[in-house]
Design a protein around this ligand. Sequence first.
Ligand code: PRP
Length: 176
Amino acid sequence: MHKDVEKILVSEEVIQHRVGVLAKKVLEKGEGNIMVVVLLKGALVFAADLFRRMPVMLDVECLNVSSYHGGLESSGEVKFLDACLPDFTGKRVIVVDDIYDTGLTMQSVCTKIAAEGAESVESCVLLAKDKKRDVDFEPDYIGFTIGDEFVIGYGLDYRGKYRNLPYIGVISQDAI
Ligand code: PRP
């Protein structure tokens, strides 16, 4: 275990099993016209594992959005950082993110993609925090529900670091 990790919340084995289950659930609803939209940077690792478990023809696009700006709490503002967006027309878009916290990121992105002409938009998150939210939105697929802790690993960062840990862990207070 990394020295800056207080405890492992979800092990590598448990993550990998759940990712397989989520991929299956997505494909159960249909296999055609899928476009996986990866929300950078946090969803990189999860999305790469997820779509490799979907043995169908699909598109992969990335969106560069940011709400935390490297800190511990959401800034409350979702920034779309790409100069232009992919063509979502006629696609069954699966938006993939690492964590659903305030819900602002996923809600903003899904609303935008729907307005851009997608056939349908679904959301898939590895982690969802168990907390009360202001947004009127629920992800379609959730890997694990966790408490309101600051977690790192498997794509999730603290100040840009720890994304390469293969498990989800709680950061130790000494590292903050
Ligand atoms: C994090 C995370 C989600 C979002 C979730 O992104 O990756 O996209 O915040 O929070 P919300 O539900 O409160 O909106 P961040 O802005 O830290 O960028 P990153 O993915 O590049 O780390």
